[in-house]
Design a protein around this ligand. Sequence first.
Ligand code: ADP
Ligand code: ZN
Length: 598
Amino acid sequence: MSTALSILNRVFGYPAFRGRQADVVDHVTGGGDALVLMPTGGGKSLCYQIPALLRRGTGVVVSPLIALMHDQVMALREVGVRTAYLNSALSATEASEVEQAFVTGELDLIYVAPERLVTARFMALLARTELALFAIDEAHCVSQWGHDFRPEYIALSVLHERFPAVPRIALTATADAQTRAEIVARLQLEGARQFVSSFDRPNIRYQIVEKNDPRKQLLAFIQDQHPHDAGIVYCLSRRKVEETALWLTKQGIAALAYHAGMDVGIRRRHQDRFLREEGIVMVATIAFGMGIDKPDVRFVAHLDLPKSIEGYYQETGRAGRDGAPADAWMAYGLNDVVQQRRMIESSEAEPQFKRMAQSKLEALLALCEATRCRRVLLLDYFGETAEPCGNCDVCLVPPETWDGTVAAQKALSAIYRTGGRFGAGHLIDVLRGQSTDKIQQWRHQQLSVFGVGSDLDEKAWRAVLRQLMAHGYVSVDHEAFGALTLTDQSRAVLKGEVQVWLRKDLDLKPAKRQSGRSLTTLENIEDEQLFEQLKIWRQAVARALNVPAYVIFHNTTLIEVAQRHPATLTALGEISGIGAHKLEAYGADMLTIINASD
Ligand code: ADP
Ligand code: ZN
């Protein structure tokens, strides 16, 4: 009789379960409902794939990611799991073939788009078929607060009503308590056991730098730390996505653009190239990324501030799913704070929603201005305690702090004396005693605060204002186009009742890290060459099957092959990532390549 572990070894070729995988698999295999919270890359898929293989009948996987279903299904077929998908990309004939295979019990797993699942036609098929389980992937899509909300997900509660005996497993990488509660309520998972994993991603190095010249900073980051690596660059607006992609291309980086306003065909092509070619940098809005299971994304960069820590963590989580070192890099400045605050203030949303958006932004700003380990703060946000990590910019180069109380008082006075009607640029001119037209026009040279801040340069004042905003001592008036105003907390600073400690901005360059291929521990040139040979072979196989190379084997698997030079099929089969089916399909070819290199 198969056990969960034997399936993990034989089918998937992995030696051991990770984290809570084994617990989840046992629970669901035994017929229990589950809610699984694991970070991106944590290994959620096996949590439903293995129970589906162990239980009688077919596992039905609901996924919103139509564009990725093909690759997901091909990856399962590669390990010998009988899988198909049903979505709008199939022709009527193809769809009816899949339906036929489904009702006759020829499938281990079927992937379905949510809008198709709830149709009368599919419900009738479900009623005729033996079902192993329902897996609801990306379950946070039921959350109306989140940016991935899919109305079709709400209707999924019908599964429980119509098929109460079939176990359900909902999975997500979104960890906040509110989203979790919403998933439970909307999918009627009150009786489900919750499996919450650690959200730590130790292989990701977090860095947040002060924004000066963001494009140049980004280029330097890519050139220094990630030449020829695949990465994702997030921007807020579609226009900025296009401009940045074009600019990077001109600088010799293989960059592509992706946003929801682009032609569907081009978008699709760009996504395919990102998945199938090596070393592509995707410049994108947050429309890109959910479900992208490319394992070797080496960096995620943010040129604009995300809206929340959840967003930041999901986006950065797309780096380093293979467990090898990866970077999360962000450039952040005063204007980001102004812009985000203004977007929240000027939105048409309910007051309750705005308040929540504000508090989410506050938490993110605290992360940006952190003077202690960023990972400790991130994990704390998800309710976990951690020790300083030694792998974030703050741990690597601890920032200095200075007593900014007097500077803060000067800045707040300048806001007060000018009536709270001006943006940062003009306030800094007032503080520094610059004689501009605007100063003349408003007669601001007559104010007592005029020139009181000439000891700091413009950059330093921007950093002061930015931090005052992040700490809630200054707010933004959206109706006055980003004018800075005082808050309830400002008084205490002006009266000298609180001290304000500010962070000194550093032009920090954490120790340069080896990247890309050299991340591997291939010690000699022969191993390197074998790895290259195996990659060339893998590329040819992947092309023939029209799948990304990592569907055939991950780099981590090929690296292990190159290190160990297995001489027999048995030895090859012991390598992580090589299961029985792949061994049979590719073992002989691989041994030929290995032998030729010895
Ligand atoms: P998630 O859906 O949680 O983001 P995946 O299920 O795609 O993560 O898994 C992330 C990667 O880790 C995949 O490449 C997967 O093959 C690998 N993986 C998952 N579980 C294990 C395991 N127990 N041992 C080795 N690799 C694993
Ligand atoms: Zn740290």
